[in-house]
Each structure stands twice: as structure tokens, then as C-alpha cells.
Ligand binder design. Structure first.
Ligand code: NAG
Ligand code: NAG
Ligand code: ZN
Ligand code: ZN
Length: 171
């Protein structure tokens, strides 16, 4: 058996993380698609085949499975409206709170007990320029620091805004 030290393992994981991050999101970070090429608009207007897990015709909010899951459960929750990001004026606190509520409702309905990670992105660290909430439930395996996913998740946590700053739940 090849023995590696903990610091070597950490170093390797960091490189794997940087490599996979650059490959998965890096190319999109500085090259955001215009609205007519937006994949979430296409999902929302049903020109894409992605199956919807939630749809509300009053609030115009939809949810679907992430095609590139970072945790055991990974849903994306988004308004039909092409709002650019979390800091756009159209991203009102009512909308932000409703997206969070839908996420918790979906995870509650499935009886999911894993650790929840519910987050938006800080620009420019997103792959799709259409406001979306990452709604995740992560097992211990997803959280193991020996997996490269751990570092991707840490980076996502780091590159996400503190929702309570903009939209506190208790006013
Ligand atoms: C659906 O959305 C896509 C992506 O934004 C757009 O190119 C297409 O024209 C839209 N189709 C309809 C019917 O609205
Ligand atoms: C749509 O969402 C609103 C706000 O959460 C809720 O009151 C309503 O019952 C939902 N409608 C459906 C059909 O689920
Ligand atoms: Zn869009
Ligand atoms: Zn995202």
C-alpha cells in the first residue's frame, strides 16, 4: 500500500479541487450567456427536457435536479423571470425567502435529515447568470475532507452571500 502523509493528501486534494473547479465552472465564470441562450430560461419555458420537481404558477418558481450534484441531494430553485443574480434589484427579499421556503419544503417532504446547505452565489462565481438557489442536503461522505468535493463545497460556501445580511428573517 502506498502511504501518503496527511499534508500530502491535503495538497493533492487542493489540486484536484482547483483542477475540477476550473474545469467545471471556471470556463463559464467570465463568459456568461445572454438571456436567449440561458439554460434556466429554457428549462422554465419547457424548451429543455429537464424534468421539473416543483412548479408554482402563482409565484412562477420552479425546481429541478442539478445536473452536476455537489451533494447527495442537490436541487436548483429559480424564478421563471430572468433575474441576473442575488444582488439584482429584482431579487427582492420576498422572492429570496420564497426560494428558501420551497427548498426546505422539498427537503422536508422527502424527510431528509442530512445537513442542509442552502445558498446563492456571489458574482462572478456562478455558472448560469439566472438567479438560482442551490438547495442541498449532504451526507458525511460529501463532507469528508478526503474527497475533492469537500473543497468544492467549501469554496461554494465561501463564495455565497450571507442571506441574513440582505434579507433577515426577523425584522
Ligand atoms: C425559451 O428560452 C430560451 C432560452 O432563453 C429561448 O432561446 C427561447 O426562445 C424561449 N422559447 C420560448 C418559446 O419562449
Ligand atoms: C404557490 O405558492 C404560494 C406561496 O408559497 C402558495 O400559497 C400556493 O399555495 C402555491 N400554489 C400551489 C398551487 O402550490
Ligand atoms: Zn434565464
Ligand atoms: Zn449555481
Amino acid at each position: 500500500m502506498v502511504k501518503i502523509t496527511l499534508s500530502q493528501a491535503i495538497l493533492i486534494s487542493i489540486w484536484v479541487c482547483i483542477f475540477s473547479f476550473v474545469c467545471s465552472v471556471g470556463s463559464d465564470v467570465f463568459d456568461h450567456a445572454p438571456q436567449d441562450l440561458c439554460e434556466f430560461c429554457a428549462i422554465s419555458n419547457r424548451t429543455s427536457r429537464t424534468r421539473l420537481l416543483y412548479e408554482n404558477e402563482t409565484t412562477n418558481i420552479i425546481a429541478f435536479r442539478s445536473k452536476d450534484p455537489d451533494c447527495k441531494k442537490h436541487y436548483l430553485i429559480t424564478p421563471h423571470l430572468h433575474i441576473k443574480n442575488y444582488f439584482s434589484p429584482e431579487a427582492t427579499c420576498d422572492l429570496i425567502h420564497e426560494l428558501q421556503r420551497v427548498c426546505n419544503e422539498m427537503l422536508d417532504e422527502e424527510g431528509i435529515k442530512y445537513k442542509r446547505r442552502i445558498l446563492f452565489h456571489i458574482p462572478p462565481f456562478y455558472s448560469v447568470t439566472h438567479l438560482h438557489l442551490h438547495c442541498m442536503a449532504c451526507t458525511n461522505d460529501d463532507e469528508s475532507f478526503l474527497s475533492s468535493q469537500y473543497y468544492i463545497n467549501k469554496f461554494m460556501d465561501f463564495a455565497s452571500p450571507d442571506i441574513e445580511d440582505k434579507c433577515p428573517h426577523t425584522v
